[in-house]
Design a protein around this ligand. Structure first.
Ligand SMILES: Cc1ncc(COP(=O)(O)O)c(C=O)c1O
Length: 389
């Protein structure tokens, strides 16, 4: 018994230490697009259930400890936000933006098995791995200094391969600079070359959730020409578990659906067993926020991002933002600042992402640290390169 108590005390001590470490890490980051202002405590009871959203959320399955109904509501919410045809949309809640992108590419390859994928050099690192997994030929397109796709390079590259179907993996909000590829420009280029066999997947991991509120609105959704759109749920909305959403056209998903008798449903998703708690979190958050709540979150983020850019400039830091962006790009900072604020860097640039929980007070503290730091910028011994080249 004494031994058991010792063990329990040690476990508790470990958990206490972990909580302390997580709290301190959570409260001091500005460099990653993760919201941390959520409260899902009313859903604690649901952690006692072995929820598994096995199978297609739009089909009846045999396993009933699931949250398919909530999942369908989440899909319908985003389908509407992304102006999908109300009679032709489908989707599911994934494990994150990377899986959502994998699904978009998978659908595209099933529809056009002989296609080439085009994506810009600013594309998220996971896309190259997804393309490799799916074994699709691909070509990297140059980016403009802003991070947006270089459309001249895109046009010239596609022209050289115009006998092949085209899959475009466009990004609406690149990882480092939050640059947005313009879906209608991409669609226009394909139209000018009369390339009918094409598929455009829009990776809108961070910016998709607030894209509809941008003024002026930028082209990224179904009405602008996207065939599927992906987002990360733990980014702008916020979730304790990484999650994502994929919205596609139902007519396309129908072409790849296969029935599986073991689950009594269609095997349309990448994984078999699927997290059923994440759809519940997202459903709850969207019910609480609604479209207006999301808009307010975006306007708050935008205001803080403008403030951050101005404050950095006022102390002589060469900071800038893409139009409508909540990401402030700045030159790489000294290591102590990078570590304290957990700033991601790529090449010579770093960024601050003004997620809805970021306040002007935190920005002031960051500016103060920058002002008082005389440390030179030294290269990390191991530096991680997020670029694709
Ligand atoms: C543009 C972009 N796409 C995809 C991803 C991957 O999303 P996740 O981390 O949800 O898998 C990210 C993550 O930062 C991203 O910035």
């Amino acid at each position: 018994m004494a031994e058991l108590n010792d063990t329990s005390i040690k476990i508790q001590q470990k958990l206490d230490a972990l909580k302390k470490q997580l709290t301190s890490a959570r409260d001091s980051f500005l460099g990653y697009p993760v919201s941390k202002d959520f409260d899902y405590s009313v859903l604690n009871e649901f952690l006692k259930f072995p929820i598994n959203n096995l199978g297609d959320p739009f089909e009846h399955g045999t396993y009933r400890v699931q949250t398919h109904e909530m999942e369908r509501e989440v899909i319908a919410f985003f389908a509407k936000l992304f102006r999908a045809n109300p009679k032709d949309f489908w989707g599911y809640v994934t494990n994150g933006g990377s899986e959502s992108n994998l699904y978009g590419l998978y659908l595209a390859r099933e529809l056009f098995p002989k296609a080439i994928v085009y994506y810009s050099e600013s594309t998220h690192y996971s896309v190259r791995k997804n393309i490799h997994l799916l074994n699709i030929p691909s070509i990297v397109i140059k980016s403009q200094p802003s991070g947006e796709m270089d459309y001249e390079d895109f046009k010239n590259t596609v022209r050289m391969n115009r006998h092949k179907p085209v899959i475009v993996l466009a990004t609406f909000g690149t990882t480092m600079k939050e640059a947005k590829d313009d879906i209608s420009k991409i669609k226009g280029i394909l139209g000018d070359m009369a390339i009918q066999d094409h598929y455009i997947h829009c990776d809108a991991a961070l910016a998709g959730t607030f894209g509809p509120f941008m003024q002026p609105k930028l082209a990224f959704d179904f009405m602008d020409g996207a065939d599927s759109i992906s987002i990360s749920g733990h980014k702008f909305v916020g979730s304790p578990i990484p999650t994502g959403v994929l919205i596609a056209k139902r007519s396309n998903r129908d072409r790849i659906a296969k029935g599986i008798s073991y689950i009594g449903s269609l095997d349309t998703t990448i994984t078999g067993s699927r997290n059923g708690h994440s759809p519940l979190f997202l459903w709850y958050a969207l019910k609480q926020l609604g479209t207006e709540g999301l808009r307010d979150r975006y306007l708050h983020s935008l205001e803080v991002a403008e403030y951050c850019e101005t404050q950095l400039k006022s102390i002589g830091v060469d900071a800038w933002r893409n139009p409508n962006a909540i990401t402030v790009v700045l030159p790489k900072t000294p290591k102590s600042i990078k570590n304290k604020w957990q700033l991601a860097t790529e090449g010579d640039v770093a960024h601050i992402i003004c997620m809805p929980n970021v306040t002007k007070t935190q920005i002031d503290e960051f500016i103060n640290d920058m002002k008082n730091c005389s440390e030179p910028i030294i290269e990390d011994e191991f530096s991680y390169d997020f670029s694709l080249s």
